[in-house]
Design a protein around this ligand. Structure first.
Ligand code: 9Z3
Length: 307
C-alpha cells in the first residue's frame, strides 16, 4: 500500500531525529451488513477525544500518526466543522483550499472568518509532524492498525499507541455477508417468515493483545468505554491483565468530556482525571501519559529524546 510506504518514511524521519511518536486512533468503526453496503452498524465516536489528544501530543513535541474515520473530527479543524456547518465535512483537501483562499495573500478581500487559524495550524502539522490515514469498516481499521504498529517497531520505546477509536466488538465476516441489499418482505439472508431480520454477528478478532508482538517496546494505552459506572474499573483492569497494555483510560459515555479514570498495573484503584481551570480533559490525560511514557523510555536505557 502506497500510503504505508510514505508512512514508513515519516516514521523513520522522526525516529532519526529522536522524536517521540504516537499512533492516535479516532472515530468509530462501521460494520457493513451487505457487500454492496446499504446498511451498517456504527460505533459511537465524534472523534473529539482523538483529535484534541493529537493536538496536545503535537504540543508536547510528538510526531503523530492519526488514524481516523472520515466524517469524524480532525485535529485543529474540529474547531470549525460545527461552527461553520455549511462546509459539511472538513477534509484535508478542503482545508488546503480554505488556507489558500483565506490565507495571508488573500487577506483584506475577505471578512476573515475565525477559522483561519485552525486551518493554518492543521496545514502546519499535516505531513510534517502529523500523518493522516483513514478507515471506514472495522476490517480496514484492524488491518491498518496492525500495519502501523509493525512500522512503529522501528521506534522502540519512543513509540506510543493511543487507541481512542470506538471499535466494534461484533461484525459479519466477508464470507458470511449478503452480496446485495437485504430485502424486507422476502425470506432469506436472515429475514424470516414473520418479516423479522435476525443478524448473526461474530466476535471481532481482538488485536490489542498482539500489539506486544508488533511493536514490543512501545508504550500502549487503550480506552474502555462503558455506560454502567459499576463495571468500568473491572473491565479496564481486565484489559491490563489480558492484553498487557501499559495503561487504560476508562470513561463513561455521558461524562466522558469531564472526567475519566487512568488505570495501570501499579495503580489498580485508578487515578481520577478531571477538567480544571479551563483546561480540556485531553490536556490532563496527555500530560500524565507523556510523563509515564518518558519514564518508560528512560527505563529502557533512555534514548535522547527531543521534548
Ligand atoms: C473511548 O472510550 C473514547 O474515549 C470515546 C471518545 C470514543 C468515548 P468522542 O470520540 O468519544 O470524543 O466522542 N474509546 C474507546 C472505545 C472502545 O471501543 N473501546 C473498546 C471497548 O470499550 C476497547 S478497544 O471495548
Amino acid at each position: 500500500m502506497e500510503v504505508l510506504s510514505s508512512l514508513s518514511s515519516f516514521i523513520n524521519l522522526h525516529q532519526s531525529e529522536a522524536r517521540p511518536i504516537v499512533l492516535v486512533t479516532s472515530g468509530g468503526t462501521s460494520v457493513p451488513l451487505e457487500k454492496n453496503m446499504v446498511r451498517s452498524l456504527e460505533n459511537f465516536s465524534t472523534g473529539s477525544r482523538g483529535s484534541c489528544s493529537a493536538e496536545h501530543f503535537l504540543a508536547k513535541g510528538y510526531a503523530v500518526v492519526f488514524l481516523y474515520r472520515p466524517g469524524s473530527l480532525l485535529p485543529f479543524l474540529r474547531m470549525i466543522s460545527s461552527e461553520y456547518g455549511g462546509l459539511g465535512e472538513i477534509t484535508p483537501r478542503l482545508a488546503s483550499t480554505l488556507a489558500a483562499s483565506f490565507g495571508e495573500e488573500a487577506g483584506g478581500s475577505f471578512d476573515l472568518p475565525s477559522f483561519v487559524d485552525p486551518v493554518k495550524e492543521f496545514e502546519r502539522a499535516n505531513n510534517k509532524t502529523m500523518f493522516l490515514l483513514d478507515y471506514k469498516s472495522v476490517t480496514q481499521y484492524l488491518e491498518l492498525f496492525e500495519e502501523i504498529c509493525k512500522l512503529l517497531d522501528a521506534c522502540g520505546r519512543q513509540a506510543m499507541v493511543y487507541a481512542a477509536s470506538a471499535v466494534s466488538d461484533f461484525y459479519i465476516p466477508e464470507e458470511k455477508m449478503a452480496q446485495h441489499k437485504i430485502q424486507s418482505g422476502e425470506a432469506g439472508n436472515g429475514v424470516n417468515e414473520d418479516g423479522c431480520l435476525n443478524l448473526k454477528l461474530y466476535p471481532v478478532p481482538k488485536k490489542l493483545g498482539s500489539i506486544g508482538e508488533w511493536c514490543s517496546k512501545a508504550f500502549v494505552v487503550s480506552f474502555k468505554l462503558e455506560t454502567d459506572t459499576n463495571i468500568l474499573q473491572r473491565k479496564s483492569l481486565r484489559a491490563i491483565d489480558k492484553y498487557k497494555v501499559n495503561a487504560v483510560v476508562g470513561n463513561i459515555l455521558s461524562t466522558r468530556k469531564k472526567t475519566c479514570m487512568l488505570y495501570t498495573g501499579e495503580d489498580r484503584d485508578g487515578l481520577t482525571l478531571k477538567t480544571s481551570g479551563g483546561k480540556i480533559l485531553e490536556e490532563e490525560i496527555i500530560a500524565v501519559l507523556v510523563d509515564m511514557h518518558f519514564q518508560h523510555i528512560s527505563e529502557g536505557g533512555g534514548a535522547e529524546v527531543f521534548r
